[in-house]
Design a protein around this ligand. Structure first.
Ligand code: CP
Ligand code: NVA
Length: 310
């Protein structure tokens, strides 16, 4: 009997090689150019019969809508469920859920509270599993972010990105991307909120050009792109404490002024104006956040096409 091929999961940028990631982003650019109807050459075979099941353990606007529309534009279908709609919400195991959904659907996208849930789902699913954000990473977001950088400033290899604020799930996917796409990432985070050791050790082992300080001005100096994110991620309860620790890490016009001429500003959204970013930066000429949000759709069409065999 032929060995069963393992599904093409999209769990983390760190889990894929540079060549595969490049191929996905090239397809994403081509899909954006093509518009709403994805050309046959970029669509997975038999897509009209393929359905993506989406599970949300946390709220979502961009991920929920862009994945659903991505599947429709590819020519397939999608189903969006909150975890409380499923027996998962009342104790059926992740493993059993994975095995059952694998008998109906062709892919699963999950936004999970815990990264462990994502990995457990992938261990037991016989169809591709996509990470739609966990406490540890947000790889689809950062694929769209790299695409947005390329659109505005050209090749990202050898360029400099500054991450200012919480060393959170999105920051970790940026760290993975720095290693895989070959750019320099300067993180400026409060000492208490630096990215977790596992991610710091991973970039070190990869010899990636990633540095960490608690000095936003140093990180931003001459950078091509400045990125930040909310100070309070979904599921975190210590909002007041975090806001105090991050008070000196807001991105405003003065900080943007230290970046390279023509630098862009990114934020995965939702944004909290007056906290992690000032109104004038978010709405100003350097901000590319709406392109970034749009590119979730195109990047995810390409991710789904790859997962589903294109
Ligand atoms: N950036 C992002 O993932 O947004 P949503 O939480 O709205 O999906
Ligand atoms: N770091 C944020 C990203 C939201 C898209 C969170 O996890 O809530």
């Amino acid at each position: 009997m032929a060995a069963q091929k393992s599904p093409r999961h999209f769990l983390d940028i760190s889990a894929l090689d540079s060549k595969t990631l490049r191929r996905i982003l090239d397809a994403a650019h081509a899909m954006k150019k093509a518009g709403k109807r994805v050309p046959a050459a970029l669509r997975p075979k038999g897509i009209e019969n393929l359905v993506l099941v989406m599970i949300f353990e946390k709220p979502s606007t961009r991920t929920r809508v862009s994945f659903d529309i991505a599947m429709r534009q590819l020519g397939g279908g999608a189903l969006s469920l909150n975890h409380t709609d499923l027996q998962l919400g009342r104790g059926e195991s992740v493993a059993d859920t994975a095995r059952v959904l694998s008998r109906y659907a062709d892919g699963i996208m999950i936004r999970a509270n815990s990264h462990e849930t994502l990995l457990e789902l992938a261990r037991h699913a016989t169809i591709p599993v996509v990470n739609g954000l966990t406490d540890k990473s947000h790889p689809c977001q950062v694929m769209a972010d790299v695409m947005t950088f390329e659109e505005h400033l050209g090749a990202i290899k050898g360029r400099t990105v500054a991450w200012i604020g919480d060393g959170n799930n999105v920051a970790i996917s940026w760290m993975h991307a720095a290693a895989r796409f070959g750019f320099s990432l300067r993180l400026a985070c409060p000492d208490q909120l630096k990215p977790e050791d596992e991610a710091l050790e991973w970039v070190k082992a990869q010899k990636a050009d990633v540095s960490l300080s608690n000095d936003p001005e140093k990180a931003v100096k001459g950078a091509d792109c400045v990125v930040t994110d909310t100070w309070v991620s979904m599921g975190q309860s210590d909002a007041a404490k975090r806001k105090k620790m991050l008070a000196a890490f807001g991105v405003d016009a003065k900080l943007m002024g230290k970046a390279a001429k023509g630098a862009i500003f990114m934020h995965c959204l939702p944004a909290y104006r007056g906290l992690e970013v000032s109104e004038d930066v978010l709405e100003g000429p350097q901000s590319v956040v709406w392109d970034e949000a749009e590119n979730r759709l195109h990047a995810q069409k390409a991710i789904l096409a790859w997962c589903l065999g294109a």
